[in-house]
Design a binder for this molecule. Structure first.
Ligand code: N2P
Length: 341
């Protein structure tokens, strides 16, 4: 009997082991500093699926990767305007997110968004704003106007950090200049180019990674920033302030999508569904310091999220990036290539 039990147990054990193996893998391609390590550990433990995370620095880099063909990735995280482009270019698998069990936790206002009206391709990740942050001890401004970033004072000269790719910077420029997003007017584009070229005289670095570490350590005094990254620096005790200038900030809503041709579509869907559970999404928001549209996730988060000045937008306009026409995209590419020369 004892022996029999032993054999049965051994059998059960090897079955469990092979199930864990069969659960397989998930290749997750995400922005730098945007995947909570605890989230991945918990997911692996609960599902047996092994996750590998690779990172990128911008929507532009992600789009270029997906366009280059088979990427080997099962999940990626574009912002709303890039979901539009990826759907139009047939770069995504259809997943029918509204049929998933945990879709019920998505706040009504965020269901079936304009960029994915049937919720066929994308499930929620995080949302936030793009602006600039500054060192409060550097005399470079008080966060009142985008002028501080685009036309910095002499104290900021030589220590400005700007993102490496144009989309969000151009949109901030449009806001500062009072222009429409996606403008194709020659005079608008000329004015934007002049503004960026002038700003360049004060720029220390064009980079979208490590921006807040450089600000925290004083390599830069004023820098492009996402609100969550800036909040992390403040909580770490640095004299860093995220700015909501009077002209406004750029808004974004990032989603999980499955690149066309992904090898582990079922595992990617499992992750999408799993992340819509309030207690799981809370882990991600707590780590990255961004808001999310999952109802009930707030009560699982640390207090600093509820009271954070970086997350609650004061009364300044928030303008969400849109996908623009080819004429605009070409013009911005040209402006940016020249800028980085
Ligand atoms: C965090 C990445 C923020 C994503 N480093 C902005 N869409």
């Amino acid at each position: 009997m004892k022996k029999l039990l032993g054999v049965a147990l051994a059998g059960a054990f090897s079955l469990a082991a092979s199930q864990a193996h069969a659960a397989g893998e998930l290749y997750f391609y995400n922005w730098t500093d945007y995947t909570a390590p605890d989230l991945i550990t918990k997911f692996e433990k609960e599902t047996g699926i092994k996750v590998t995370v690779d990172t990128y620095d911008s929507n532009e880099t992600l789009l270029a990767k997906l366009k280059s063909g088979a990427t080997g990735y099962d999940l990626a995280v574009p912002s709303q305007n890039f979901v539009t482009i990826m759907v139009a270019e047939n770069l995504l698998e259809e997943v029918d997110v509204s049929k998933m069990e945990n879709f019920k936790h998505v706040a009504k206002a965020f269901r079936f968004p304009e960029w994915d009206p049937k919720q066929m391709f994308s499930s929620p990740y995080q949302m936030g704003t793009t602006s600039y942050a500054l060192r409060t001890d550097a005399g470079v401004g008080d966060c009142s106007s985008l002028k501080e970033f685009f036309e910095p004072n002499e104290k900021a000269s030589g220590s400005v950090g700007v993102f490496k790719t144009p989309e969000e910077v151009a949109n901030m420029g449009h806001i500062y200049l009072g222009q429409e997003f996606c403008t194709e007017k020659t005079e608008d584009l000329k004015a934007l180019q002049a503004l960026l070229q002038k700003q360049k005289e004060h720029v220390k670095v064009f980079s979208s990674e490590g921006t807040m570490d450089r600000l925290g350590s004083g390599v830069t005094t004023i820098s492009n920033a996402w609100n969550g990254d800036a909040m992390k620096q403040r909580l770490a005790g640095q004299k860093v302030k995220y700015c909501f200038p009077k002209e406004g900030v750029v808004g974004w809503y990032d989603s999980l999508v499955i690149p066309k041709g992904a090898k582990n579509v079922e595992n990617a869907k499992t992750f999408m569904n799993w992340l819509m559970k309030p207690e799981n999404m809370a882990i991600q928001s707590d780590f990255a310091k961004y808001a999310n549209p999952i109802e009930g996730s707030g009560k699982h988060m640390s207090k600093d999220m509820a009271t954070s000045p970086e997350v609650s937008v004061p009364t300044v306009p928030v303008k969400f990036g849109r996908s623009c026409g080819p004429k605009y995209v070409k013009a911005i590419d040209k402006i940016w290539t020249k800028l980085l020369q």
